[in-house]
Design a protein around this ligand. Structure first.
Ligand SMILES: [Cu+2]
Length: 700
């Protein structure tokens, strides 16, 4: 209980950065003592707290809701209309935000943060959302009829609860896209640019945060291939009563140099009538399963934990979401066939996240812990330990680890096989059949196919988590399936967490396939340069100011010998446009770090120094790289098509927020070490720019 009081006290501090949180920690020996003890002896989960009260609720007593489809509106519905440059129309600022006047759009002004390629890729679909406090969902659209959504009636208001038997969440505790659950799903396809307009309708008073989270936000479309102005840069955040227009052109990487005439039938997207249309670029770069989430500097863990996470399914001629169309290109993965594309009948998004709640049943987070936060309740699509009804046929599951610090290792309770078809956003070169998936790190996505035709109607089978944590630094061990089923772990998140109920035969035969070849890797030749990034504790802050963070975690770039705290005003790397490079990410300690490199997909060449250590399911394209304790990953990556200010960071978001993050730039023509991209400094009254406060000597 001590920690909860401390949380309340910290909440009064308001918009504090992690350096201030560090000061609070220093004054709170009780918390530090508890955590130190816990990490030695047993799993204290939730981290620094007490077990979540369950109010009599049992596991597998509520249906798992499908994601909530966001409407795809005509662009003309946006008022004001979107523009290439940030809309700097002035409005009065709330006194709590300093008063005066400021721009209605929080995107940094001017040409440097204008939408790249806006004229070439004009938005064709508008997705407009409001980020706000929890409320009942009166417009839930699962995209499938109730019999494919475990019987959930979408016409009934969907309350902001983790279970019907648990309390309604306070609008200060849970902040989500549109303020509602289930989490949101965006549907998109290649060649059809989306304008994603996000309104910030969070409280103007920063102290009104329920004890954690901050009301300034920046939304990262993880791992969109588009300009940095749309990437949710951690220092391009915006304030309550502002909006931010993100332009997602949805293009194949390499479109400026490969297949520029759009003649390749595999570089294509589904039309609405069963056919396809062709697009420029390399079809080997086709992506499928993305997610989007808050990326606020020093507060990503808290804001994502509060609920700012959604998913984005991208459709293509190869992965079109229709299992019945035979055209020699369509891979016919499990999905459905009623619509030309994007059938969700048998294509199911699963967002895993561990949570905790306080004595009142309200979402609880420990802002004082800097090793990583663990909850004791596993939620799927923000529902506590639900069940999901399935037919006797193949299903695709797009599994996202949306946790703060927890890794999961998934098996089925009968140890029957699953077929992994994608890793992160990308279909693998070849499917991999496994009875236990690898540990899925935070922000990784594993797409798998499960064939339920091997079961009988009325059978049940469970998804099981085998990865045990003692604390948030790393997994402690993977238990055996038998141990997990027997409850032989001190980690309450180990064991069964999702129940599949086989309820009927499919109404029509399952014609879906899992081809032996999915998407071969694109060719990355001619590497021009190597860079080294070492992830470690004992980081130091060499800069000060509003762009600098502080914390124990940091990154040593290119053998400088100094592990640096995050500063989004520092340029740590600046590859040349069209360069191909080898990046080695090394874990200097006994922790684990799932490291995310924004914007470009990489291909793992070496794990711990050798190619034979790279497992089959990591042989595709990746955007998150689990380093494992004392481990390393060397990846090949090429930089194309768009420019601006991007990031690389640990996606254990507590590590990220405690300074394990760096900025790298991909400079547009005319920018260089002598003329680098400036750093945006957001305020409610407008964004100003300052020169980078540091440029590493090896950056350019
Ligand atoms: Cu980490």
């Amino acid at each position: 209980m001590q920690s909860r009081r401390t949380n309340a006290r910290a909440a009064k501090v308001g918009p504090i950065r992690s350096k201030l949180i560090s000061l609070v920690i220093g004054a709170t020996a009780v918390i530090g003592g508890l955590l130190a003890f816990a990490s030695q002896a047993y799993a204290q989960i939730p981290t620094g707290g007490v077990p979540s009260p369950m109010f009599g609720v049992q596991k597998f007593t509520q249906p798992m809701p499908r994601f909530d489809l966001l409407p795809r509106n005509p662009v003309a519905t946006l008022n004001p209309p979107p523009a290439e440059q940030s809309n700097q129309t002035q409005q009065a600022c709330d006194p709590a935000l300093g008063g005066g006047f400021g721009p209605i759009e929080g995107r940094p002004p001017g040409s440097l943060w204008a939408h790249q390629g806006f004229a070439d890729f004009p938005p064709q679909v508008a997705v407009e959302i409001s980020t706000e406090g929890a409320k009942a969902n009166t417009s839930y659209n699962p995209g499938v009829p109730p019999q494919l959504n475990s019987g959930i009636d979408p016409t009934l208001p969907f309350p902001a609860k983790f279970h019907p038997g648990l309390p309604v969440q306070s609008p200060l505790k849970v902040w989500t896209f549109n303020g509602t659950i289930p989490p949101k799903l965006v549907i998109g396809r290649y060649g059809e640019p989306i304008l994603f307009r996000e309104h910030n309708n969070l409280p103007v008073d920063a102290a009104q945060n329920g004890g954690f989270g901050i009301h300034t936000i920046s939304t990262h479309e993880h791992n969109g291939h588009h300009g940095a102005e749309n990437d949710g840069f951690t220092g391009a955040f915006f304030f309550p009563n502002q909006f931010y227009d993100y332009h997602w052109p949805i293009v194949l990487a390499g479109f400026r140099s490969l297949n520029t005439g759009a003649t390749d039938p595999k570089a294509a997207a589904p039309d609405d009538a069963g056919g396809t249309y062709r697009v420029a670029g390399d079809w080997h770069e086709t992506m499928s399963t993305h997610w989007f989430h808050d990326h606020m500097f020093s507060f990503t863990s808290q804001n994502v934990y509060k609920g700012m996470a959604g998913m984005f399914n991208i459709y293509s001629a190869l992965d079109r979401g229709n299992e019945a169309i035979v055209d020699g290109v369509n891979l016919r993965l499990p999905s459905g066939s009623a619509k030309s594309w994007a059938n969700l009948d048998y294509d199911v998004n699963l967002m895993l996240a561990d949570k905790a709640w306080d004595a009142q049943g309200q979402l609880w987070f420990n802002i004082l812990n800097t090793d990583g936060f663990l909850g004791d309740r596993v939620t799927v699509n923000m529902a506590d330990n639900p069940y999901f009804e399935v037919e006797r046929r193949k299903y695709r599951f797009r599994i996202l680890n949306g946790a703060v610090s927890r890794f999961f290792k998934i098996a089925l309770s009968d140890h029957s096989p699953m077929i992994q078809i994608a890793n992160d956003g990308n279909l693998l070169p070849k499917p991999v059949t496994l009875t236990e998936l690898d540990e899925i790190g935070i922000a990784e996505r594993y797409d798998i196919v499960i064939d339920f035709s091997r079961y009988q109607v009325n059978d049940k089978v469970w998804m099981v988590n085998l990865t045990e944590h003692l604390d948030g630094t790393r997994p402690n061990r993977d238990v055996t399936l038998a141990q997990a089923l027997a409850g032989q772990s001190t980690d309450p998140a180990v064991g069964i967490f999702l129940e599949f109920r086989i309820v009927r035969d499919p109404p029509t035969p399952d014609v879906s396939q899992v081809p032996t070849t999915l998407i071969p890797n694109p060719v990355i030749g001619g590497v021009s340069r190597r860079r080294d990034f070492k992830f470690n504790t004992g980081a130091v802050a060499t800069t000060t100011g509003s762009t600098a963070g502080a914390g124990k975690w940091g990154i040593d770039t290119d053998g400088s010998g100094v592990t640096l705290d995050a500063d989004y005003g520092r340029i740590s790397a600046a590859p040349n446009t069209n360069a191909r490079e080898l990046w080695t990410l090394t874990n200097k300690g006994g922790w684990d770090h799932p490291v995310h490199i924004h914007f470009e997909e990489g291909q793992i060449q070496l794990r711990n120094g050798t190619s034979t250590n790279v497992p089959a399911w990591e042989k595709g394209r990746k955007d998150v790289y689990r380093l494992r304790p004392a481990g390393s990953v060397t990846l090949a990556i090429q930089f194309r098509d768009w420019s601006g200010t991007f990031m690389e960071h640990c996606h254990n978001t507590v590590h990220e927020d405690n300074a394990m993050l760096l900025r790298w730039d991909l400079d547009p023509l005319g920018f260089s070490k002598l003329n680098p991209l400036p750093t945006p400094i957001p305020t409610p009254q407008g964004v100003t720019f300052v020169p980078p406060d540091d440029i590493l000597p090896t950056a350019y």
